[in-house]
Design a binder for this molecule. Structure first.
Ligand code: SF4
Length: 472
């Protein structure tokens, strides 16, 4: 469904390129293809080998960068960022990349994810005299690097990364190097590709396709890639890793044309729909999906059940973006404007409405009502993921537990609230089976925390004693 309609928002997307004469333009197009991951702010930092130049602002990629800006961003290495603000709040100062200048050189920083021990680390750093420019958790890394007593930059960075907890896919750029790092749990996706003699890195592989790059591989949990004029090299900053890729990336966040750990997202969603049809066989006339992210699952459900798939709901693409409307009431009005039922398809029919998730329930209720008003005889809601009962601390804004309808309500209670004739969620086991993944840990380990409450990482538990004096 539409992220902004429902209170489930991805925090960010990152893109980087090294060794290309048109680095800023490549990054611009890469960011455009990642725009679904964040629409509140965007920026590009470029190095010409001597200096880092930066342009950033609030808004969409097409709104922030003019032709003149792009012409000014000359260089062969670039990193870029699209942001949806959660940790640290919004505001122009929090738009990334962040740029830090010192006598020893500059450092540009772009981050996807959310640190769970940022508050503790920030207090400790401030007590030691660090002055923060932003309220973003991302900045903590730059201060930790500065505080490290190691002599080599790469060692300083490794030491700093080992102090962080939570989710992070980081792109760092100095005048002469691009450094890529993924947290020990691999919570957020991050892939590396090749564009002629250049390297590209992105949150999703759809960004490679748009710039004509070839996918090489995914960055591994606990891995750092150092890319410079000598080429690319991989280093490990910790061996204490436990693969826990965010399952919601498959269910909802990523674009259907992206591959996550070599599985196409559209195919993954179709598999979820097929599994749902096996778990929830329903006697009905048509299957429909809530645009855009639930269409693939609806096609899968229809294929498996033999019930025809129809376009029962249409998204109006040309109404204003709903995320700029701050209140729930206004957001709900946005839903009304953005989705329309197709009366000719649903009238007099028993409709299976496939959606990818339910967060607050307000949107589902509105859509069920809309379908019934358009003449649907029955509306059966089937959800291609388990109930979201717990908040996410890893960069997805799923609101607090109180706002999650499944946090304290049974499936039957939710069914009554949304007014559906039946309501079924996919099981956790069924979801893992459909995705070909496993619980946190193995090669195909997954984060399931918002469904199960079992968080793969510790939260805000960094031992104060180990950071005192930052002797690391
Ligand atoms: S808690 Fe949910 S949304 Fe957050 S990383 Fe884990 S699976 Fe993804």
């Amino acid at each position: 469904m539409l992220a902004e309609l429902r209170g489930l928002n991805e925090e960010c997307g990152v893109f980087g390129v090294w060794g290309h004469h048109n680095a800023a333009h490549i990054t611009y197009y890469g960011l455009q293809s990642l725009q679904h991951r964040g629409q509140e702010g965007t920026g590009i930092a470029v190095t010409d080998g001597k200096q880092i130049h930066i342009k950033k602002g609030e808004g969409l990629v097409t709104e922030v960068f003019s032709k003149n800006d792009m012409d000014d961003l000359q260089g062969t290495g670039a990193i870029g960022h699209v942001r949806y603000a959660t940790a640290g709040g919004s505001g122009p100062e929090n738009v990334q990349p962040l740029l830090f200048k010192s006598q020893t050189g500059s450092l540009a920083l772009a981050h996807n994810g959310n640190l769970t021990n940022a508050t503790v680390l920030r207090s400790l750093l401030e007590a030691e005299g660090s002055i923060f420019q932003t309220t973003s958790d991302t900045e903590v890394l730059a201060h930790l690097i500065k505080r490290s007593k190691r002599t080599q930059f790469i060692d300083q960075m490794k030491a700093a990364l080992n102090m962080l907890q939570g989710a992070y896919a980081y792109l760092l750029m100095t005048e002469t190097e691009l450094i890529v790092a993924l947290d020990p749990y691999g919570l957020r996706p991050l892939s590396i590709g090749r564009l002629g003699d250049s390297y590209v890195v992105a949150s999703e592989t759809c960004a490679f396709d748009i710039v004509g790059a070839d996918y090489i591989r995914d960055v591994q949990p606990g891995e750092m890639l150092i890319i410079n004029h000598d080429g690319i090299r991989s280093e490990i900053f910790t061996t204490q890793t436990q693969m826990s890729l965010c399952t919601m990336e498959y269910v909802y966040f990523s674009r259907p044309d992206s591959d996550l750990q070599e599985m196409n997202v559209h195919t993954a969603r179709k598999n979820l729909g097929k599994q749902l049809a096996l778990e929830a066989p329903i006697d009905a006339d048509v299957v429909t999906g809530v645009p855009d992210s639930s269409i693939s699952a609806a096609i899968g459900y229809a294929e498996e059940s033999g019930i025809p798939y129809e376009l029962g709901l249409i998204k109006n693409r040309y109404v204003g973006r709903t995320f700029i409307q701050p209140t729930q009431q206004l957001r709900e009005q946005g839903v009304k404007m953005k989705l329309s039922p197709v009366r000719g398809v649903v009238e007099g029919k028993r409709v299976i409405m496939v959606d990818d998730s339910i967060v607050r329930g307000t949107t589902s209720r509105r859509i069920v009502r809309m379908l019934k008003k358009a003449g649907a005889r029955e509306v059966h809601v089937v959800i291609s993921s388990p109930p979201i009962k717990h908040p996410c601390f890893y960069g997805i804004d799923t609101s607090s537990r109180e706002e999650l309808i499944a946090g304290d309500k049974s499936v039957e209670e939710i069914r009554q609230i949304i007014g559906a004739d039946s309501l079924t969620f996919l099981s956790v086991e069924g979801m893992l089976k459909a995705l070909g993944r496993e619980q946190s840990g193995g090669m195909k380990g997954s984060c399931l925390a918002c469904f199960t409450g079992k968080y793969p990482t510790e939260r805000e538990t960094f031992a104060v004693g180990t950071t005192r004096g930052f002797d690391f």
